[in-house]
Design a protein around this ligand. Sequence first.
Ligand SMILES: [Zn+2]
Length: 125
Amino acid sequence: MHTPHPISQLERSTLVDILKLRLASMEQQSDTKLKNLTQAQHAYQLLQQDMDDAPQRSGEEEVEAALSDIDSLEFSALTQALQRIHGADYGLCVDCHLAITFGRLQLEPQTLRCTACQALYERAH
Ligand SMILES: [Zn+2]
């Protein structure tokens, strides 16, 4: 029988759950980061109250700087995986086009490559 997808319906829904959990916990972490940042800014502003001519940085700039670290890369990889997961190519290695094992997908549902191709890719980059 022809199977259109490398992973089963059940495996797919398991991976969707994993992706959603990871995204939720990352959102929580960045909320905490934002709160810490806001407190730091507040303290900084209190210190600067007497220095009216001090240069002002916009709050948005600070927030973006705090979020544009490695976490946001992973966050977008997870978000994209959640979109890709319903496509026919999800679960297939982008390099060798073989099915990525379910065990690997469970550990890294956002992965684009099988273990062998990932090792080659990392050696090349
Ligand atoms: Zn591969």
